[in-house]
Design a protein around this ligand. Sequence first.
Ligand SMILES: [Zn+2]
Length: 247
Amino acid sequence: MSYYQDHLIQIFFGNKSTALDPALIRGKKSSKFIAEEPFIAIQKEFLLFPNSYVFLHQVHGIEGAVITQENLDISVFMQDGDYLLTNVPGVGIGVATADCLAIVLVDPVKKAVGVIHAGWKGLVSGIVEKAVDHMQFEYGSIISDISFIVGPSAHACCYEVGKGFFDQARALRPSIERFLKAALFERDGRLFFDSILFFKLIFFEKGFVESDFDFSYAECTICKPVYCSYRREKMSPLRQLTIVSLK
Ligand SMILES: [Zn+2]
């Protein structure tokens, strides 16, 4: 696990050692589980403990929620959604993943953050664009102020997909066909998907540049056994947490 902080935000990137089964705390308020593992261990990583944690019931869709002072103590993993946004300091918004991309959004000017769970389906369907649009709508963020910090996920070295993947993904959103083509490649007769390249290409077209992406925490979950990986351990319900909090 690792920890990032600057003057505005702090981010916890978990691995297997602080992983949890979302079903076990589903429906609880964070005031109820904050004193239990793995949150005791997670709290130690933060310079400032988040006062509460918010997680949605992830469904590989493109919907999300805005967390305000009023709803920051909602029951965790209950409400369906795959991204969270907030401008409230001290609330830890998080996603639970095993191979899917965990993406943190930061706008240091409007002092707002977001966190996104993006599997291939969500990515292709446009969840990251949706979250960025929502951030612009909610906080008046502008593209040139937004940046991405990416957590561990399945990388192109290991992320094998079936022969029908291209057609399946294109059917979800035909307009991204050229990005799909660029992010799929064959090796030894097998097909691999570079979800990170796919994600970057979409945002390069929107005016983002290489320096808007931080991949220093984005190790491959499949070839690094320290992480939970759905593809490596299909039967395991454990998911690593990525949590961002405004200071
Ligand atoms: Zn790998």
